[in-house]
Design a protein around this ligand. Structure first.
Ligand SMILES: [Zn+2]
Length: 96
């Protein structure tokens, strides 16, 4: 774990993964304490490791390049469940 530049907690997790389909290499950075979240595209940086990502992240953070999205629960998720029926396997009776 790394130290979070936003809240100072040693709760910053960095996860590097490569998408098999798009061949994109993405670093996911998130803080388990304050909810800070950032994704970094490492596609052009195949040798970048977590320590490199952390250093770059700190640079970007102090340069003001990273917008901290703190976990606010004001906006509730809009329910997009227009498909009311469950299953949908059985055809409904049609009116002739
Ligand atoms: Zn934090």
């Amino acid at each position: 774990m790394f130290q979070c530049p936003h809240c100072g907690a040693q709760a910053l997790l960095i996860d590097i993964r490569t998408d098999r389909r798009s061949k994109k290499r993405i670093a996911q950075i998130r803080c388990g304490s304050c909810g800070l979240h950032y994704e970094m595209d490492l596609t052009d940086n195949p040798i970048a490791d977590k320590a490199w990502v952390y250093g770059k992240f700190i640079d970007l953070y102090y340069a003001g390049e990273i917008k901290v999205e703190e976990a606010e629960e004001e906006e509730k998720e809009v329910e997009e469940s227009e498909e009311g029926e469950e299953g949908g396997g059985l055809p409904e009776e049609e009116e002739w």
